[in-house]
Design a protein around this ligand. Structure first.
Ligand code: ZN
Length: 144
């Protein structure tokens, strides 16, 4: 690799390191704030604020690294950042978007025994588990 090509790939400006360190500090504020909100110490509504700080500072840091080094996202550091973003997106999706799948719909053919709370047939007259007599359901579906 020639030096000329290397100079073109790596750019810098005065104060870039300081700016990145300030952004890293902001990034940590976001991480700690999110963690505190996740632990329930602070209201969950604050999570959005800290998530915004976290995301904005992270994107800014990555953009600055990419600007300074055009091959950044093809190198280990940049790939690790991309992996981290993917993992965080997956965690965020699972925590805030995905509803954990549909809860099992109650079986329309069964109900709970009023005595032992076991699942029994909706038209049962006696519970097969506790053998107590079960009153018929008033709103049981009628035979058609
Ligand atoms: Zn029962």
């Amino acid at each position: 690799m020639s030096d000329a090509g290397n100079e073109e790939e790596h750019r810098d400006f005065f104060g870039r390191s300081l700016l990145i360190n300030l952004l890293r500090a902001l990034h940590l504020v976001g991480v700690v704030g999110l963690g505190v909100a996740a632990l329930g110490v602070r209201p969950v509504s604050e999570m959005a604020v800290f998530a915004g700080i976290l995301a904005a500072s992270g994107v800014f840091i990555a953009a600055l690294d990419r600007w300074a080094n055009s091959a950044y996202f093809f190198q280990l550091n940049g790939l690790a950042v991309l992996l981290k973003v993917l993992l965080l997106a997956a965690v965020g999706y699972v925590l805030f978007v995905w509803d954990g799948g549909e809860p099992a719909a109650p079986d329309p053919d069964t109900r709970d025994c009023p005595d032992c709370k076991s699942e029994i047939w909706i038209d049962a007259r006696r519970c097969p588990y506790c053998t107590s007599v079960v009153p018929p359901l008033a709103d049981a579906p009628e035979e058609s």
